[in-house]
Design a protein around this ligand. Structure first.
Ligand code: ADP
Ligand code: MG
Length: 659
């Protein structure tokens, strides 16, 4: 049936069902607001967005034990700002204002108890300061706050994951002043922002000759340890050695500056010279994550396309993972020059959780997103990176199963999209899939298709699965009864994306995938001759009952028949081999889609007392009522509400009353 319809469905219905996407995030993150013509210049005091206040409070209290990271965050922002300038200057050299020697400067003043971090990067306009520093524009903010538990240890992990960034300055400072001017604006468009990190901040337009941003921290009482040259240098080297720009501090004589970090691109260094700590810090910088990654791959590829890929698998899913249009997080460099963030062409959408850097030796420096989309060179890089990530996951699944289970827990539902989207790698991705099944009968998804196949019965021809709205519904589905009785394993699929997955994954290891709730269940292979004869006699005897039930249900069903699937339940619904099935229809309806309705087939359990009693029912009204109830309950166990719930309740009450 309607293959085309099925394909169209994925495009219009979010297969993960967590809501809409956030269009602002899919746009170029460097697409700054057009400066409004009516520029406010006076000093004003503005309140932080409520979420910022909450976050500030949490940051100050829960990250206290790791306060030195404030410097890492400020350096990380300064480095991003320089990357952005370099990128924008590719198309407008004037933005450099004659100074293309980009870098970061750190100074401190013992007497005044201040630390300054200055960059000559892109800077910010007044509107940008308000937008980026006064509000949290990240998607998933609401989810983030709803996840906070009040348990400090747990929450601080979450905060780290959400990314505190700039606000970490308030861990050590009770007053933060930010001076900035955006590249390309005149000195009259400087901005001074100041806050004590409580409810509000002040902002005013100032004269500022220097392009870029300077942040001045007025340290809190008890933070004097940071007013120390040795300590600051140590922190820079610990967290920011990998920053590819020079980070300069005054020499001991106080007159000249010197570079404190290594200031070279980490990915360009030989693989075996990079320590785990260096990888961790680099990853945290590019991924805006607090936790170290789970795994990485570092490849120097030569041949038709020459590039270096340094890619990381995070340990935890970001809050907006479900969003197919969300951030991708692989940065593109060309010969060490930063070109763009989130270069979505570098990896397919189902690997959007991977973070890292690709540095091409061949692409032109002025490459744009539009050109990327059509570039054959990029296609080759994407295929190469995809293959390497799949290799990495494969290897991990084989050698470090526990670690792989973490990947699967966090990113499994996204990886599943690969089966749908990436035909070329479908088989490889199929090997990486993990499901719950009737074998262990727990919700833990750790059964691979290979493990399933290894447990198949000798005469079993298909890999059986059942889709349902929840694991509980799947596990207690009546359709499974005969499978359970015969010890045939069934995979229990309860994620929305699973419906699409099984549409595209037709077989594994030459065994077809077959829904336990579709088509006729063939028991001939496992039934003995006596049983077959008994069933045939039963079918003949009950033929009039089946016809009568069908008459009662009318248009609601496509057919009524005796079941080979049931042992305990009186009835269940099954579907034609090619029908969408009840679960998918429900998903589509909920998404406001018109689904071609496929009528179910009602199967009856000939051995069930209700069915046996119905066969002898003389009262037509009562017969009809019980027939309808058998249909109602078959819908209910599938997770579908009866079409007319009130009528269902009436029927049930009448039956309970013995009318
Ligand atoms: P993130 O770096 O994850 O975006 P931050 O809280 O660290 O979050 O920074 C928020 C935003 O403020 C940045 O995305 C950037 O737009 C802006 N910003 C911060 N520091 C600077 C800086 N030194 N120069 C220019 N923009 C900056
Ligand atoms: Mg930051």
């Amino acid at each position: 049936m309607a293959e085309r319809f099925k394909a169209a469905v994925l495009k219009t219905v979010d297969p993960h069902g967590s809501g809409g996407s956030n269009p602002s995030l899919s746009a170029n993150p460097y697409h700054f607001q057009v400066i409004r013509m009516t520029v406010t210049t006076h000093k004003e005091t503005l309140g932080f967005q409520t979420e910022v206040r909450q976050l500030l409070d949490l940051v100050i209290h829960s990250l206290y034990s790791n306060k030195e990271i404030f410097l890492r965050e400020l350096i990380s922002n300064a480095s991003d700002a320089c990357d952005k300038l370099r990128f924008e200057a590719l198309s407008d050299d004037a933005l450099f204002e004659g100074d293309s020697d980009l870098g970061i400067e750190i100074r401190f003043d013992k007497a005044a108890r201040t630390i300054r971090v200055r960059d000559n990067g892109i800077g910010m306009s007044r509107a940008e300061v308000i937008e980026h520093i006064g509000t949290i524009a990240k998607s998933g903010t609401r989810e983030f706050f709803s996840k906070l538990t009040g348990d400090q240890a747990k929450d601080s992990r979450l905060i780290g994951q959400f990314g505190v960034g700039f606000y970490s300055a308030f861990i050590v400072a009770d007053k933060v002043t930010l001076l900035t001017r955006r590249a390309g604006l005149t000195p009259g468009h400087g901005v001074r922002w100041e806050s004590s990190g409580e409810g509000d901040y002040s902002i005013e337009t100032i004269e500022r000759a220097a392009r870029g941003t300077e942040i001045i921290l007025q340290l809190r009482q008890g933070m004097d340890e940071f007013l120390d040259d040795y300590r600051l240098r140590e922190i820079v080297r610990k967290y920011s050695d990998h920053i590819a720009l020079p980070i300069r501090m005054p020499k001991a004589d106080g007159k000249e500056d010197e570079t404190v970090n290594r200031a070279s691109a980490l990915w360009a260094r030989p693989k075996n010279e990079i320590t785990a700590d260096e990888h961790n810090e680099f990853y945290k910088h590019i991924a805006h994550d607090f936790e170290p990654p789970l795994a990485h791959l570092h490849a120097r590829v030569e041949g038709k396309q020459e590039y270096i890929a340094l890619l990381y698998v995070p340990a935890r899913a970001p809050f907006d993972l479900w969003d197919r249009s969300g951030r991708r997080g692989v940065k593109l460099y060309v010969r060490r020059v930063f070109i763009m963030d989130d270069a979505e062409q570098l990896l397919p959408p189902y690997l959007r959780f991977v973070r890292g850097v690709v540095d091409s030796a061949d692409l032109p420096l002025n490459i744009s997103r539009e050109i990327l989309q059509e570039s054959r060179d990029i296609e080759a890089i994407r295929a190469g990176c995809t293959k390497r990530i799949l290799d990495l996951l494969d290897d991990m699944a084989e050698k470090e199963a526990d670690k792989y289970m973490t990947v699967w827990r966090e990113f499994g539902s996204v990886l599943k999209e690969g089966v749908i989207d990436d035909q070329a790698n479908r088989e490889r991705i199929a090997k990486l899939l993990r499901f719950a099944s009737t074998y262990a009968d727990t919700e833990i998804c750790d059964v691979s298709l290979a493990a399933y196949v290894s447990r198949m019965k000798q005469d079993q021809k298909a890999i059986y699965y059942l889709t349902a709205p929840t694991f509980a519904t799947a596990r207690s589905s009546p359709q499974l009864e005969a499978f359970r009785q015969r010890g045939i394993e069934v995979l229990l699929l309860s994620e929305r994306v699973d419906e699409w997955l099984v549409m595209h994954l037709h077989e594994f290891d030459a065994k077809p995938l077959q829904s336990a709730a579709k088509g006729t269940f063939d028991i001939s292979a496992s039934a003995d001759a006596a049983e077959t004869t008994r069933l045939a006699a039963q079918a003949e005897k009950l033929a009039p009952l089946v016809a009568r039930v069908k008459g009662s249900l009318g248009e609601r069903v496509q057919d009524v028949r005796l079941s080979a699937r049931l042992t305990d339940s009186p009835s269940c619904l099954v579907y034609d081999e090619h029908a969408l099935g009840g679960n998918l229809e429900r998903i589509l309806k909920a998404a406001g889609q018109k689904a071609p309705a496929s009528k179910p087939i009602l199967e009856l359990n000939a051995d069930h007392p209700l069915v046996v009693r119905l066969d002898g029912e003389g009262d037509d009204a009562r017969f009809e009522r019980v027939a309808m109830l058998l249909f109602d309950q078959a819908q209910l166990v599938e997770g579908t509400l009866p079409e007319d719930p009130a009528a269902f309740v009436r029927r049930m009450n009448e039956t309970l009353l013995g009318v």
